[in-house]
Design a protein around this ligand. Structure first.
Ligand code: R1P
Ligand code: URA
Length: 232
């Protein structure tokens, strides 16, 4: 066991899907995996291991925000030997042509989090996706006629910010959408020589105000899950 994950060594696969929502982890396990067992209930942050088309894969809720996912990614890599980490999350679109339910592959992530300023003592680190995972996910999406966007996203420390128009500057610089974890995931993957990719489904649009409800965010992002599972 590690501090936040109740699994024994060997119970977590080398490849793992990381939804923020633990109930999305359960949805993936229930609907996509075979021979599933639940290896973690610590803090209600559910984790499961099973098989997808014969390949062993795990799925672990990672919580909301940089500190939460950082805890899980550290322990998954250092204590359980995880090598491939694929975040499957929701995001808010900054661009008119990035519509609700479209898929985004995060090539890199900008951030308003101070975590890397602190880590690199004021210098700027550029977090990037693993190219092989990104390339495979892109071609899988294209092969299945999924509307997919590839580019820069924003990892934000705030869901409810104080300045309602602050997102527009990121939008002007081509940032596609906002979520809350990828900078940490890509940075820790780089630190520990693991591979990481963030796949996002657009759950809402800051441009139009359209948004999906919480049940849809938990249960309906099947295209994203299929892309993630297809590249394992
Ligand atoms: O749907 P998940 O994976 O949780 O991702 C997004 O949703 C949460 C906010 O509602 C944040 O964690 C954000 O990154
Ligand atoms: O972090 C997030 C996730 C989904 N939608 C948003 O607007 N922000």
């Amino acid at each position: 066991m590690s501090i936040h994950i109740g699994a024994e060594k060997g119970q977590i696969a080398e490849t793992i899907l990381l939804p923020g929502d633990p109930m999305r982890a359960k949805y993936i396990a229930d609907n996509f995996l075979e021979d599933v067992y639940c290896y973690n209930e610590v803090r209600g942050m559910l984790g499961f291991t099973g098989y997808y088309k014969g390949h062993k894969v795990s799925v672990q809720g990672s919580g909301m925000g940089v500190p939460s996912i950082s805890i899980y990614v550290n322990e998954l890599i250092k204590d359980y030997g995880v090598k491939n980490l694929i975040r499957v999350g929701s995001c808010g679109s900054f661009q008119e042509d990035v519509k609700v339910r479209d898929i985004i592959l995060a090539m890199t992530s900008s951030t308003d989090s101070a975590i890397n300023k602190i880590r690199f003592e004021g210098k700027d680190f550029a977090p990037v996706a693993d190219f092989e995972l990104l390339n495979a996910a892109y071609h899988n999406a294209k092969d299945h006629n999924v509307t997919v966007h590839v580019g820069n996203i924003l990892t934000s420390d705030t869901f409810y910010g104080d300045k309602p128009d602050a997102w527009k500057q990121w939008a002007d610089f081509g940032v596609l959408a906002v979520e809350m974890e990828t900078t940490a995931l890509y940075t820790l993957a780089a630190k520990y020589n693991a591979k990481a990719l963030t796949i996002l489904t657009v759950s809402d649009s800051l441009v139009t105000g359209e948004e999906l409800n919480s049940v849809d965010r938990q249960n309906t992002f099947t295209q994203m899950m299929e892309i993630a599972l297809s590249i394992i």
